[in-house]
Ligand binder design. Structure first.
Ligand SMILES: Cc1ncc(C[n+]2csc(CCOP(=O)(O)OP(=O)(O)O)c2C)c(N)n1
Ligand SMILES: [Mg+2]
Length: 772
């Protein structure tokens, strides 16, 4: 880490004031000055920003080096923008357009903001935990010889104290402890306020214990220098101060000097008389704001002292709304200074009217050179290495052979074959799974490529010659990162590994496996990964009710609907092994394509007879979302439309019905998601004058305009029923609307109406109007 040679505390204090001013002014401008044409509150969090300006000034203008990466507390976004404004890497226009279209974003965004943002934040807790997984990926890349030690950095999370209630943080630190995670600084803005009110006193010192037991160093920055001295000189006063509840302390910060005085008189008594005499009301109020997180000397000292790689939690005591009129008020979370308050505060901050955006406004001639020098040093210290990275060639992936296969088994075979064949793609694949490696068929790959751990772990069972199909030893060259059962961690790991190109200049091809229903467990983290444009392959298996007797809560119904509404994630659901091979090849290509995305493969353990192909014409259709497995005739009144593991039922029904329904077609849908996207995109293009029918329109226009569709999926029927809306065809949707029943496949398909009888009945119903 590259640090400034000397520490100019006064300059850092000056810059802190500028950050406090500029962040508040950016929010004020958006709410009170910029024209507002829809009457909606623009919003912003002046109090949450003021709480962190000293911490962020110390960090960005003193401690950070070019390889360090930071996740900024979402509500301190304007402070990050102000930092870049002072450094010259953010424009005034973007600040003036804060929360407007194309302007500085409300919460730091990797993909939408113009300034460099290392990690997007917004959904509290996730931005914290991703730094831990990014650090593990840095260790992985270093161990694999893909990163120089000099390019390694530290991962910093700036955390609101209420974020500590998010369970995903603890799931992450438990996983981190197992992997001996390093190079983390998590800095808590301990203002003891959340959104609704002040936070619970009972958690005081509990968080420390949790972190310590996971191997963290905990550094509490409770007092600034001035307050520390004053309280050390007066133990009774200190005792009284430390007994104040969160709510009492916040209220005092809001109420100010007169009330501090009367409370101290009542609470400490005579022994505080001399102290009170030495301080007038203003001095009292000012002294008690000198908490650790607002004292530059304290912050700089603490950051300098944590110069090793031990994961460190800093608990920096702060005041929410520090220096603003609503400091400490429990309702200040979304509070905005009104124009009168802002004008008074502007005066107090020494900012001239009309000069509000001047970067170093109010900085006197004496202080200016120091502040400019610190900014210049920080510009150099923070300059990032150019991290453009080359593309990786994705080889053709052959389909595994075998008359009868399940897509899950085929997935395992494809990875095994890739591993055996070797090559750049195989070497850059990193797999990960939350304790379902074996049951999602990653086992053969892991046997080949090994588990990853920085420190070697022997396979005791193998050493003792106890028979097992699965090798379970770990080295620092392994390519599988085994996780505990915490699906949120899986998605954060995929997010971090899926950003490895941008973060570290080295592309990885991350593959994560889990059971399809448990996507819901980590859904926000999955959304978070996609929101940041992380690239990965998610393999969800088994899925639906097709897993048979296992039944119960392991059945999944709605993930295809989730995928339908999830930007940045492409859903494929293959029926056959050759489709899966094509999809995996496409998924790898999309990971490396600047305009690509992540892929979600929904697979099954059901072995099904593979289809005989006469040519490759199905392939493009399968990758585009669907193809005619059995072509409709020229006068088709109906088609069966099926997806994934239920294809044998659809084929059998097609055989049985085609005598009665001439020209009957069978459409295999491989991605409702892509079909839907193509449909809406074609509509949007038509408004722009381009008249090209989408893939789904082309497929369905092979049927008569009033034809009927029987749709069939081992998923929510709505996954496919929308197809009727494309050309106005009638639909009889079959699918799963309840779950939780165990049974054989035959029993379950009959009970849930996914069998041949159900298809026949649905076809009859849909054809009735034709035949009457
Ligand atoms: C997952 C999630 N739940 C709820 C919110 C809404 N929310 C935004 S900030 C906040 C309170 C944050 O308090 P804290 O983390 O202490 O931040 P600060 O006091 O510094 O503003 C809440 C509940 C959110 N952004 N994300
Ligand atoms: Mg807080």
């Amino acid at each position: 880490m590259l640090k400034p040679v000397t520490t100019d505390i006064e300059a850092l204090k000056t810059l802190e004031e500028r950050l406090r001013w500029l962040s508040a002014w950016t929010i004020h401008h958006a709410n009170h000055i910029r024209p507002n044409d829809d009457g909606l509150k623009v919003g912003g969090h002046q109090a949450s920003c003021a709480s962190m300006t000293a911490i962020m000034a110390a960090l960005y203008f003193h401690s950070l080096g070019p390889n360090d990466r930071v996740a900024v507390k979402p509500h301190a976004g304007p402070v990050l923008h102000a930092i870049h404004y002072l450094l010259g890497s953010q424009s005034r226009e973007a600040l003036e357009n804060f929360r407007g279209l194309g302007g500085a974003q409300s919460y730091p965004s990797r993909t939408k903001d113009k300034i460099p943002v290392d990690f997007s934040t917004g959904s509290v807790g996730l931005g914290v935990a991703i730094t831990l997984f990014a650090s593990l990926i840095q260790d992985y890349l270093t161990a694999h010889g893909r990163m120089n030690a000099d390019d390694r950095g530290r991962f910093v999370a700036l955390i609101g104290d209420a974020e500590l209630d998010e369970g995903n943080i603890y799931e992450a630190i438990i996983e981190g402890a197992k992997h001996d995670v390093r190079n983390l600084w998590w800095i808590i803005d301990y203002n003891r306020q959340s959104l609704d009110a002040t936070s619970a006193d009972r958690m005081f010192e509990r968080f420390d214990e949790i972190f310590r037991s996971c191997g963290w160093r905990v550094v509490e920055l409770r007092y600034g220098k001035r307050l520390q001295d004053a309280l050390n000189a007066n133990p009774k006063l200190k005792g009284w101060f430390e007994r104040l509840s969160n709510a009492e302390l916040s209220a005092l910060h809001y109420q100010g000097g007169t009330v501090w005085r009367s409370r101290i008189e009542a609470g400490v008594g005579k022994s505080a008389a001399a102290f009170l005499k030495q301080h007038d009301d203003a001095a009292l109020a000012s002294l008690f704001t000198d908490l650790g997180g607002h004292c530059m000397e304290t912050l700089v000292e603490a950051f300098d002292a944590a110069d090793d790689d031990v994961p460190t939690l800093f608990i920096a005591w702060t005041i929410k709304g520090y220096g603003l009129p609503f400091a400490g008020h429990k309702d200040n979370h979304a509070g905005l200074m009104n124009p009168t308050q802002m004008a008074a505060w502007r005066e107090a901050m020494g900012v001239r009217e009309g000069h509000e955006w001047d970067p170093l406004e109010s900085v006197g001639d004496n202080a200016r050179p120091g502040a400019e020098a610190v900014l210049e040093r920080s510009r150099i210290a923070l300059e990032k290495r150019d991290r453009s990275f080359g593309t990786v060639s994705v080889p053709a992936i052959p389909a595994p052979t075998g008359d009868e296969q399940s897509t899950q088994a085929a997935f395992g075979r494809i990875l095994l074959d890739l591993s055996k064949a070797g090559g750049e793609l195989a070497d850059r694949i990193v797999t990960t799974s939350p304790d379902v490696t074996v049951s999602t068929n990653l086992g053969a790959w892991v046997n080949q490529r090994g588990l990853f751990r920085r420190a070697e772990i022997a396979d005791i069972f193998a050493k003792e010659k106890i028979a097992s199909t699965q090798k379970w030893s770990a080295t620092n060259k392994g390519q599988h990162i085994e996780l505990g059962i915490a699906e949120s961690n899986l998605f954060l790991m995929l997010a971090a590994a899926g950003l490895s190109g941008d973060l570290f200049g080295e592309r990885l091809f991350p593959i994560g496996t889990l059971y399809d229903p448990f996507i819901a467990r980590g859904l926000d983290a999955l959304n978070y990964a996609c929101y940041q444009d992380a690239r990965f392959l998610l393999v969800a298996t088994p899925s639906g009710i097709t897993l048979g007797p296992e039944g119960g809560a392991h059945q999944s119904i709605n993930p295809p609907l989730i995928a339908l509404g999830q930007p940045g994630l492409r859903h494929y659901e293959p029926a056959y092994a050759d489709e899966l091979a094509a999809m995996m090849e496409e998924a790898f290509r999309l990971i490396d394509d600047p305009d690509g995305e992540s892929t979600y493969l929904r697979l099954s353990t059901r072995g099904i007879r593979q289809i005989e192909r006469t040519d490759d014409t199905w392939r493009d259709g399968a990758l585009a979302g669907g193809y005619w497995l059995r072509e409709p005739g020229p006068n088709a009144e109906a088609a069966i439309v099926a997806m994934g593991a239920v294809m044998p039922e659809a084929l059998a029904a097609w055989e049985e019905l085609r005598g009665d329904i001439p020209d009957l077609g069978l459409l295999s849908v491989t991605s409702p998601d892509l079909l839907h996207r193509g449909w809406t995109a074609a509509q949007a293009a038509r408004w722009g004058g381009e008249r090209k029918p989408s893939h789904v329109e082309q497929l369905l226009s092979r049927l008569a305009p009033a034809a009927g569709l029987v749709t069939l999926a081992d998923a929510a029927p709505a996954s496919l029923s929308w197809l009727g809306g494309v050309l106005g065809q009638r639909v009889a949707p079959l699918g799963v609307e309840k779950f939780g029943q165990t049974g054989s496949l035959t029993d379950l398909y009959a009970a849930y109406r996914l069998d041949g009888d159900a298809i026949t009945e649905a076809a009859a119903e849909i054809l009735l109007p034709f035949r009457m």
